[in-house]
Design a protein. Structure first.
Length: 171
């Protein structure tokens, strides 16, 4: 089984994905780190040298490569489900989980993370909440197509594990 974690930047896809993989004895892949490892460039540097459209095309290829994986948690980039047919692919290739946060705590998390986000790089701190609100409104229609919405601020990982186990085919 493949489980795709989707959600906005800093929603915890990588951290929760690693925890979930360890608890389920699954493999773990982060698409952004896979990109950086394969192409020997950070996502932010790639955006600066090329453009978002070029990144999204490569990201789509990497996403499709996950279809051969078994028992793996895949942490997608925040925009991954929002381009091309990526959300349809995700839903067809495995289970999808939206890590949902309200805007205020999400903005707080974004202010605390060390990893730079290319789409927020030039946003002034006082405009961050407005940018996140607008950006999230554009992406939410894709995120909400997930098989499960995990309320990241309120739910425990055990809730997610229980849901995953309910989805597993009888063995």
């Amino acid at each position: 089984m493949r489980i795709y974690l989707i959600g906005y930047m800093a929603s915890g896809k990588s951290n929760l994905g690693q925890l979930l993989a360890a608890r389920l004895n699954y493999g773990f892949i982060d698409l952004d780190y896979l990109f950086e490892e394969r192409y020997k460039v950070s996502v932010i540097d790639f955006f600066e040298k090329y453009d978002e459209e070029s990144f999204r095309k490569i990201e789509r290829i990497l996403l499709h490569e996950t279809s051969c994986l078994h028992n793996t948690i895949i942490s997608t980039g925040g925009g991954t489900p929002c381009y091309f047919d990526n959300m349809d692919f995700i839903r067809g290739a495995g289970l999808s989980v939206y890590l949902h946060w309200e805007v205020e705590p999400l903005v707080s998390r974004l202010r605390q993370v060390r990893r730079q986000r290319p789409l927020l790089k030039n946003v002034d701190p006082e405009n961050l909440a407005g940018k996140v609100t607008a950006h999230l409104a554009e992406r939410e229609m894709f995120y909400r197509q997930a098989d499960y919405q995990f309320e990241a601020a309120d739910e425990e990982i055990e809730d997610l594990i229980a849901w995953v186990k309910q989805q597993s085919p009888a063995q």
